[in-house]
Design a protein around this ligand. Structure first.
Ligand code: PEP
Ligand code: MG
Length: 755
């Protein structure tokens, strides 16, 4: 450098003073550019801020014409400044005018300057603006100067992110850092919530960016890295890390980084420019993020999460904060934003304050979604980079019905959603009024509405909805949310509590349905090509009878003195049913022999989820006490379309003739054998689905709790005989000639039914 005045450290110290001065935002920015220009012996220093309309506005300059400030606005990719912003990379040129991207605005008077150094203003890898220095002479800025300018940009990023500059902006042209975002993801759990962002794994908040003494900051960084390495080594050598598997791989990758000289040198260099140790870590991480966010390779993007986690851990070590902040201090109306989350972690939060959940990952069948639904917390998943796009405390809206998320919403969006929340509340009020009304169709057909449940937190829903009982109790949920295998005594305690909570109302327990997409984190994963078609549910239970038998024993003991309804998942042949039923008999004999109280009556049924059962219905119905159709899996296997894969799961219509014919056959056969047939898949939870099922002859449906109100309201107004006359012929007519869905919709419209 041609002799920086005092070098980058002095610059940073002066900047800190300017940041603390009680002056207006514009004055502060004006002082900043003067300081930088003087320190770097540059004739020009300018700050461009990225606006919500994706343009770059000149906010301050030393050296260019003053009149251009707030007047010069560049398109997103315009000129070298646009290139720095879009690529999030510095550009350093001795003769800028020769660069193909060069363009200039006459109002700025910049045509006399030849050398150009532009750096992005980055925060968490997102571009907030661009900072530029220029000189008349053709000179190359040194690497140190580039580094120094990037460090200064970091301080500016904080200023922009704080929202201080918004006061200088015209409406519609505010800085993008604080702008409104409308994102769309996967709807995971119904409901609407308005609140404020709480990051599940908060980024460490740095309050002090500028070092008082660089040598002591270097020492802090080195000491932290040494500690960090020791911790990782210890974890890997002695810790509770399973052999192989994801967890160990991630720690190994951390260790590789912790010993990587390139990474460490970059952080040390950043500190040497005058940053505190933690700000040095953040600087390097923000640059890495910016580069990785521009990659499309999903593998690289996945590694970004690991790196974020690594940098965050290191920052905590540097700052002596070993643990993430406690979950007890959740603010009111908290909307959690997380990359991913286990169900147990969600249950740790204070339910009264938690209003919504947003995940970068997480499909509708993920465990955390199941728990969110059980808790009635609106949730949206598959929002890419959600944790990087929001700041703690940001206003945010989650629409769990549509998958929409609004970050920092403007007043009109807030009002619209406020109205929607009120409307929903009014509707809930109407549904509540129906709670104690028996569910009987207009033409006198009683329909039993039951609930799908799986955790104790589901049980209050019976009273809230007025449901007739629990039609499907998914026992695997207890296993999925537990940190380790629940002991038989714990299973017994849960089943007892469930039966106590249900009182007189029946509960149908389903034995463990694990495997497939229902993974237990503590159980060694069996690598399978097609887990949905693999070693799961009853297959696993019959091959490892110890596990299934201890569960059956817990169920039998829990219901001692009462009735027990129990069914098996994923039965594919009558022989499998016979074998499973034999295990129940064995356990009954065992309990009898040991003098335990036995259930008054044991009814044993099975789920109908595997298409092979459709051709064994007569034999099956002779053996079972009841059937329950699992339409989620049955549909998946009938159409050969993965229920968890959004590309194919919505491709086929569950209300098309082939499926409805199948469902009608099952109901007809059940009636012929005098055995009750219920349906407990998602289909029953939609009013249109319930309408069709009653039309097909189903008189028992098991629903998700929030669906009871809308489904009951519809059924009370339904004339089932009329529906059968209108819809059944369409199901029997040649496939493809009539859209059954349209027929149903037309019928509902003509009858004034709310679908
Ligand atoms: C089903 O498959 O329809 C069902 C109810 O079971 P689960 O969703 O738990 O697989
Ligand atoms: Mg199933």
């Amino acid at each position: 450098m041609r002799g920086a005045l005092g070098g980058p450290r002095v610059l940073l110290r002066r900047l800190r003073e300017v940041m603390a001065e009680p002056v207006s935002a514009q004055e502060r920015l004006d002082k900043v550019v003067v300081l930088i220009a003087a320190n770097m012996v540059a004739e020009v220093c300018s700050v461009y801020v990225l606006r919500i309309d994706n343009t770059l506005e000149l906010y301050a300059t030393e050296g260019l014409k003053r009149e251009a400030v707030h007047q010069t606005v560049l398109a997103a990719h315009e000129g070298l400044v646009g290139l720095v912003a879009s690529e999030a990379n510095p550009i350093n040129l001795s003769d800028a005018q020769n660069h193909p991207a060069y363009s200039y605005r006459p109002e700025t008077g910049e045509e006399i300057y030849h050398s150009f150094l532009g750096v992005p203003i980055l925060r968490a890898g997102n571009t907030l603006g661009v900072m530029v220095v220029q000189n008349r002479a053709r000179r190359t800025y040194t690497e140190e100067e580039e580094e120094a300018l990037q460090t200064t940009a970091m301080v500016l990023a904080e200023m922009i992110a704080s929202g201080e500059l918004s006061a200088l902006a015209r409406p519609g042209a505010e800085p993008a850092a604080r702008h409104t975002l409308h994102l769309t993801g996967a709807a995971l759990s119904d409901g609407i919530a308005l609140g404020h962002v709480v990051l599940h794994e908060p980024r460490v908040v740095i309050t002090n960016f500028i070092a008082d003494d660089v040598q002591s900051e270097l020492k802090r960084l080195d000491a932290a890295i040494a500690n960090f390495r020791t911790d990782l080594d210890r974890l890997l050598e002695h810790g509770d890390v399973a052999d192989g598997g994801e967890h160990r791989d991630v720690l190994e990758a951390y260790r590789m980084f912790a010993y990587d000289h390139g990474w460490l040198d970059k952080m040390r260099e950043a500190v040497m420019t005058g940053l505190t140790a933690e700000a040095g870590v953040e600087r390097v991480q923000s640059d890495t993020r910016a580069r990785m966010l521009r990659q499309t390779d999903p593998y690289i993007r996945e590694r970004l999460h690991d790196l974020d986690e690594l940098a965050n851990r290191l920052m905590r070590v540097v700052m002596g904060k070993d643990h993430a902040p406690s979950k007890e201090q959740l603010p009111e109306n908290a909307i959690l934003v997380a990359r991913s989350m286990g169900p147990a972690a969600l249950l740790d939060y204070d339910r009264k304050r938690l209003r919504g959940l947003i995940l970068e990952e997480g499909g509708p069948t993920s465990h955390v979604s199941i728990v969110a639904r059980a808790l009635g917390i609106p949730a949206v998943g598959e929002i890419a980079n959600a944790t990087g796009l929001v700041e703690s405390g940001d206003a945010i809206i989650v629409d769990g019905a549509t998958g929409d998320v609004h970050v920092r919403p403007p007043a009109d969006i807030k009002n619209t959603y406020g109205e929607r929340v009120k409307l929903r509340a009014r509707r809930q009020e109407q549904y509540r009024a129906l709670r104690d009304k028996p569910c009987v169709t207009k033409d006198g057909q009683p329909v039993s509405l039951m609930l799908n449940a799986g955790l104790l937190i589901d049980m209050p829903h019976i009273d809230e909805t007025g449901a007739a009982g629990i039609g499907l109790f998914r026992t695997e949920l207890q296993f999925m949310v537990a940190p380790s295998f629940p002991r038989t005594s714990e299973q017994l305690a849960l089943y007892r509590a469930v039966l106590d909570a249900a009182g007189e109302r029946p509960v149908t327990f389903r034995t463990l349905d694990i495997g497939g997409d229902k993974v237990l984190p503590y159980m060694r994963n069996v690598d399978e090509e097609n887990p949905a078609l693999g070693w799961r549910a009853i297959r696993l239970g019959l091959d490892r009878p110890g596990l299934l038998r201890s569960q059956i024993r817990a169920l039998l003991r829990a219901s001692g003195g009462r009735g027990l309804k129990l069914m098996f998942p994923m039965i594919a042949t009558v022989e499998e049913f016979d074998q499973a039923k034999a295990l129940v008999e064995m356990e009954l004999t065992h309990l009898r022999r040991h003098g335990h109280a036995l259930p008054e009556r044991v009814e044993i049924g099975t789920m109908v989820e595997v298409p092979s059962l459709l051709y064994q219905l007569d034999e099956l119905l002779e053996r079972v006490d009841f059937l329950s159709v699992g339409s989620n899996d049955l549909m998946q296997f009938l159409y050969a379309a993965d229920r968890g894969n959004a590309r194919v799961s919505t491709r086929f219509d569950p209300l098309a003739a082939p499926v409805l014919r199948v469902l009608k056959d099952i109901a007809d056969k059940g009636r012929a054998h005098g055995k009750p047939v219920a349906l407990c898949g998602e289909l029953a939870s939609k009013p249109i689905g319930a309408l069709v099922l009653v039309t097909l002859g189903y008189r028992s449906l098991s629903l998700t709790p929030s669906a009871v109100g809308p489904v009951k309201a519809l059924l009370l107004d339904l004339d089932a005989a009329k529906a059968a006359a209108a819809i059944l012929p369409a199901i029997q007519s040649p496939v493809g000639s009539v859209s059954v869905r349209e027929k149903i919709e037309a019928f509902a419209a003509a009858e004034g039914l709310q679908l």
